[in-house]
Structure formats: structure tokens, C-alpha cells
Ligand binder design. Structure first.
Ligand code: FE
Length: 133
């Protein structure tokens, strides 16, 4: 996938401060605070920075974590996984494949009847596009 080339100064001008701090400074929004953690409409979640489709509402489930949780991305190529050893933990970071926005992390405690994965994603990293009927 062709990457969007923008430096952080440009992103800072375009994004609102909370979105910037999560997606460009790898922040984490407080659990149970984000606008999508309880969101249940049908449609697609896209990258809040570049609009790339990331997750379908069909893959969303309630993990109880307080962050939007998905068991699969819309396409494997739309997210990149990056080993993350920050904060004394060993985790797999999930970033947008097109613009490198920090999205969240993926864990292996997802639903056993599907992929077993839990993509734990910040609401700030997402925008929602309602399904066209
Ligand atoms: Fe993006």
C-alpha cells in the first residue's frame, strides 16, 4: 500500500488535539470514554487520519475492556502490526497501513469461535461510516 507522507507538524495542523495525541503520539484514551466503545450501528470504521477502511461493524464485539474491540480487520493489508515493548510490556501495536496512525494493540484473548483475536482500538483513531442501504 502506498503510504501517505506527512510530517507530524502537518498532522498537528489537521487533527484535533485528542486525535493527534492518540494517533501520532501513541496515546491511549481512557477506557469507557471513547465515542465508539458502545457503538452498535452497521457500517465501517475508517482511519480518523486518512479514511482507510479498517474494521467492519460485523467484526465488532463487546470485550468488556472499555475500548472498541474487533476480531478481524476488513483486510489484512489495511493494518500493519508492529512489536511494541514500551511500558515494560510485550505487545503488538496495530497501525494504519496507509498513514501509520497508531490505532491500538491486538491481543490473543478474542472470541474463540472466530479468530481468537482482540483488536483493541481507540475511538479517537476511528471514524464511522454508516452502511448505505
Ligand atoms: Fe490512516
Amino acid at each position: 500500500m502506498d503510504k501517505i507522507q506527512k510530517d507530524n507538524r502537518q498532522w498537528k495542523e489537521e487533527l484535533d488535539p485528542e486525535v493527534y495525541s492518540v494517533t501520532r503520539e501513541r496515546g491511549t484514551e481512557a477506557p469507557f470514554s471513547g465515542k465508539y466503545y458502545k457503538h452498535k450501528e452497521s457500517g465501517n470504521y475508517v482511519c480518523s487520519n486518512c479514511g482507510l477502511e479498517l474494521f467492519s461493524s460485523k467484526a465488532k464485539y463487546d470485550s468488556g475492556s472499555g475500548w472498541p474491540s474487533f476480531d478481524d480487520p476488513v483486510a489484512k493489508d489495511n493494518v500493519d502490526l508492529v512489536p511494541d515493548y514500551s511500558h515494560g510490556m510485550s505487545r503488538m501495536e496495530v497501525v494504519c497501513a496507509k498513514c501509520d496512525a497508531h490505532l491500538g494493540h491486538v491481543f490473543d484473548d478474542g472470541p474463540q469461535d472466530t479468530t481468537g483475536k482482540r483488536y483493541c482500538i481507540n475511538s479517537c483513531s476511528l471514524d464511522f461510516k454508516k452502511e448505505n442501504k
